[in-house]
Every structure is written in structure tokens, then in C-alpha cells.
Design a protein around this ligand. Sequence first.
Ligand SMILES: O=C[C@H](O)COP(=O)(O)O
Length: 231
Amino acid sequence: MPVLAVNYKAYPTAFGSAGLAIALSAEKLAEQYDGIVRFILAVPATEIARISEALDKVVVYAQHVDPVEPGAYTGFIPLEAVKEAGAKGTLLNHSERRLRLSDIDLLVRRATSLGLETLVCADTPAAAAAAAVFAPTMVAVEPPELIGTGLPVSKAKPEVITSSIRMVRMINPEVPVLAGAGITSGEDAARALELGAAGVLVASAVMKAKDPEAKMLELAEALAKAAEKQG
Ligand SMILES: O=C[C@H](O)COP(=O)(O)O
């Protein structure tokens, strides 16, 4: 089942009632596409509890966690905190929130033992392969120069997706690879699937949309159709 992962980042629409409204739209679509498209929302830490409580089908992720255990770490967010708030997983190593390789290793292992999913971001095919060594739930490849540009990786740099998939498969064929950066239209998302990606990681196209629900519907429908075509 293809994945539509929406990263709220810290866009103005990510917080409070606006963030919740987008989440409720995603929930409606997740019901409509139940068993067809898997919806993930990576929401700000401050919103995890409120949004998780309101959703059922949508999988709520944190955007980042810190490599610490609960204790004397002012301002840090341990895995246990996001789990307690209701998150089912977390992004790790997003381009806007890098982690050291040793911390990714530690966090994937600890998340797995806590029953949390992990989506590790990587900026290159080699970095995606390195992330796959840790056996996360998924890897997302995102060329940083395309993030937020509206220039889709699936069209501007398709070879980054295909090389990442090839290299990740050599390391760990069990790890699905998502494509992200600049994905804007349903066509961009469908193209990512055609290139072999297991789904897309999207931010600005949804968070800055006049109608985020219509944008998520467009992306979900394109993913569903592309997946159906692949049989
Ligand atoms: O996490 C999402 C990515 O950084 C993609 O961002 P974008 O869809 O705004 O290019």
C-alpha cells in the first residue's frame, strides 16, 4: 500500500486549529482510502497529543526526537515523550534537523524496542543506503536543494530515486524507500511510484495549499491509481 506522508514542519498552518483541521481532513481521506493509501502526518511536538487524540486511521509521527533517555535534559524530547503523547513513529534526520549517524543508529534501535516506527531521511542514495543498515521502518530520500521549491524530485532528479532504491535494496531489501522534495501534484507522486518508490514525503504542497484537503485528495488518488496500475 503506497504511503502519503505529510510533514507539517513549522508552517503557520501546522499549529493549533489549522493543524487540527488538516489532520481531520487527512482522517476523512484515510477512511476513504482505507487499505489503499497509508496516511502519515509528521506533526510538531506541541501538536502530537491533540492531533493523535482526534485521529484513528491516520498514523501520527513526530518530526524529530532527541537521542536522550528521559532525565535531566532541558528542552529535549525523548522517544518516550512522543510515544506517551500518542505518536506511532517519528521522522529522523530530516535535512532541516540532522542527526549524527551514531544517534540515528541508537534512535532506530530504541524506537523499535518501544514499538515506534522510524522514517529516516537521507539526502543522497549513499546516505539512504547507510540509513537502511539500521533497518528503520522506511527511508525517505530528499535532495535538499529541491525541498520547498515545487520542482519535484521525481522529475528533476529521478536518478536519485532509482539509485536510492537500488542501493537500499542491496543493503536491506525489506526497507521501503519514499521520495520527497518538491512533490507538488498527483502526477509528481505517481511518477515517484513508477520509479519504484513506496510513497512520497510531502510538505509545502499541502501545508501552503489554499485547500489542503483537495491537495491531499489529489496526491492520494494519484498514488492509488499508480499502485493499481502496478498490480
Ligand atoms: O519533509 C518533507 C520534505 O522536506 C519535502 O518538502 P517539500 O514538499 O516542501 O519540498
